[in-house]
Design a protein around this ligand. Structure first.
Ligand code: DGY
Length: 319
């Protein structure tokens, strides 16, 4: 059987796959150009892909032999699920393993934004740090006592809530499915309406998948409902925020700041966001710790092997 991988992966995973299959790895342009992917997919039985590879209808229409797609990500919004289902292609993904890494980064971004760490770093590097310890210099905000509004209370939302509790924050959440009362009690979280989340949160952090319901949900209309002092954090998917509206909301001081690990178009090269002091930017590194990325490689590899063997994958997308 043939396995195609759209970019370099850990050696141990490639070694394991090579014992069983004829493995080809794409080493050229990233993300792989669609034309190349279409060409390669024609005689591929198993595909390993990454969040930026669009596995859409055009690609799947050319997948004559494809039985398994194993994505190196928790998100699978880049795969046309309906077409995959029609063609009886199984999909593996990597949830759970990246929960802690993503929650850690989220808290890091919150602290960074509230205490203006990166802003201070930029100030020193630019040679503009002139005065020390003034009563009003570079003042940020305490985390203790602030209300953190979590949008989406899945695994990552819950891990963020636990960490936020330790910082003395009050955690509210909005999720399509409400958690059991016992879980809410354990996590010290309060379920609120979406409107309430917008109106009363000091910080909103997004932990929901991108889909028709969430795309551009955070737009000007909703920024206007937030506190003027509010901050927004996104480590989920860029398209959940309308980036153009966010830039206007920050410029017009409708909200106070943003920390973003994901963007509508990645990589983010030129954007007014890069010029704003009240914005912290990260290059989509939510799951990017050495341990987590290696574990993701192991699961991605095992999902593919199990799927091609016709066995139950470690994590499969319910189609
Ligand atoms: C994922 O796995 O979907 C993340 O976006 C990667 O950091």
């Amino acid at each position: 059987m043939r396995v195609f991988i759209t970019r370099r992966l850990h050696d141990f995973a490639i070694k394991e796959l090579s014992k069983r299959y004829r493995v080809t790895i794409h080493h050229g342009e990233i993300p792989i150009p669609k034309k190349t992917l279409i060409e390669k997919i024609k005689d591929t039985d198993g595909l390993i892909c990454f969040p930026y590879d669009k596995i859409d209808n055009d690609v799947l229409a050319n997948a004559k032999k494809l039985r398994v797609i194993s994505t190196y990500s928790v998100g699978y919004d880049h795969i046309d699920l309906q077409q995959a289902k029609k063609k009886n292609i199984k999909i593996g993904y990597t949830p759970e393993v990246l929960t802690n890494a993503t929650a850690d980064l989220t808290i890091g971004l919150i602290i960074d934004l509230m205490r203006r760490i990166t802003e201070g770093d930029r100030l020193i590097r630019s040679g503009d740090w002139r005065q020390i310890f003034g009563a009003f210099d570079y003042v940020g905000q305490d985390m203790n006592g602030k209300t953190l509004g979590v949008f989406g209370m899945g695994r990552i939302g819950q891990a963020v809530a636990m960490r936020a509790n330790a910082f003395g924050m009050n955690v509210s959440y909005y999720s399509r499915t409400r958690l059991a009362k016992s879980q809410e009690k354990k996590l010290k979280i309060k379920h609120v309406s979406f409107l309430n989340l917008l109106k009363n949160s000091d910080i909103i952090t997004i932990h929901a998948p991108q889909n028709k319901q969430t795309e551009h949900l955070f737009n000007m209309k909703n920024f206007k409902k937030m506190k003027k002092s509010a901050l927004i954090i996104n480590t989920a998917r860029g398209k959940i925020i309308n980036q153009k509206d966010l830039i206007s909301a920050l410029k017009l001081k409708i909200i106070s700041g943003a920390a973003l690990d994901v963007f509508e178009k990645e990589p983010l090269c030129t954007s007014p966001l890069t010029k704003m002091q009240n914005v912290v930017l990260a290059p989509h590194i939510g799951s990017s710790s050495a341990q987590t990325r290696a574990e993701m490689a192991r699961i991605t590899m095992q999902n593919l092997v199990l799927g091609l063997q016709g066995k139950k994958m470690i994590y499969s997308v319910h189609l």
